[in-house]
Design a protein around this ligand. Structure first.
Ligand code: SAM
Length: 207
């Protein structure tokens, strides 16, 4: 299978996820067969990113800490899940699975493909019904399970407008967690700069 370079966007999200949960608690799996270290951005390797081409049902062979899917301790974070992830779920699951990676708007329900692929083995849990960026969903689950902060106590901003100049702004089609000290959405470091580069606009007057 042909390998694809990780986009800058995804790289920044993964970096943020390592910062949030720690390198030992994050594993990027199901990368295309043939992926080598040369395909992984060096900044992620430097941070100790764990990655594998193994799929969910075999990764326990090399990464036993991430549990065997047969044990039903993997929780699929799914915006269409039937119930909300709760603080008590820390007793029910060892691993959270994030799928879909890049969000499409409107969401195309790609996360569900994982549930269809492993029938009866993954329970879908919701973090509210609005699509979050992947790093936000990871952070939200980390708050709920590791920090024991209930979902309803986490402050969010939906579809924030990122303003580059008086006339140019983009609306991000995701829900983000608010940083309570700055009152701004938590974005991966470098993301605003990347958006600016992508849109080739001035970053003046941001927010
Ligand atoms: N476009 C994808 C879809 O239609 O399923 C979703 C992509 S989303 C940016 C990336 C991942 O974050 C999802 O696969 C899911 O695991 C997680 N996620 C995002 N919002 C979520 C929510 N409200 N509840 C549970 N998980 C969520």
């Amino acid at each position: 299978m042909e390998t694809m370079p990780m986009s800058e966007w995804v790289t920044l999200e993964y970096k943020k996820m390592i910062q949030d949960v720690g390198k030992d608690n994050l594993l990027i799996c199901s990368l295309p067969i043939g992926t080598t270290e040369n395909d992984i951005p060096s900044e992620l390797l430097a941070l100790g990113l764990q990655w594998t081409t193994l799929q969910l049902d075999t990764l326990h062979k090399e990464f036993p800490a991430f549990t065997n899917i047969q044990d039903k301790k993997m929780c699929l974070l799914d915006p269409r899940g039937e119930t909300e992830l709760s603080c008590d779920d820390v007793n029910n699951y060892k691993v959270c699975i994030l799928g879909g990676i890049l969000g499409s708007h409107p969401p195309r329900d790609r996360t569900k493909e994982l549930k269809d692929k492993y029938p009866g083995l993954l329970v879908g849990k919701r973090l509210g019904n609005l699509q979050m960026s992947t790093d936000t969903a990871c952070r939200c689950a980390h708050y709920i399970l590791d920090k024991q902060i209930p979902f309803e106590n986490i402050k969010f901003i939906d579809y924030p407008e990122i303003r580059f100049s008086k006339r140019e702004a983009i609306e991000m089609p995701f829900r983000y967690i608010i940083d309570e000290t700055t009152n701004k959405p938590i974005l991966p470091d470098g993301m605003l700069k990347l958006m600016k580069k992508d849109s080739d606009q001035s970053i003046d007057d941001l927010f």
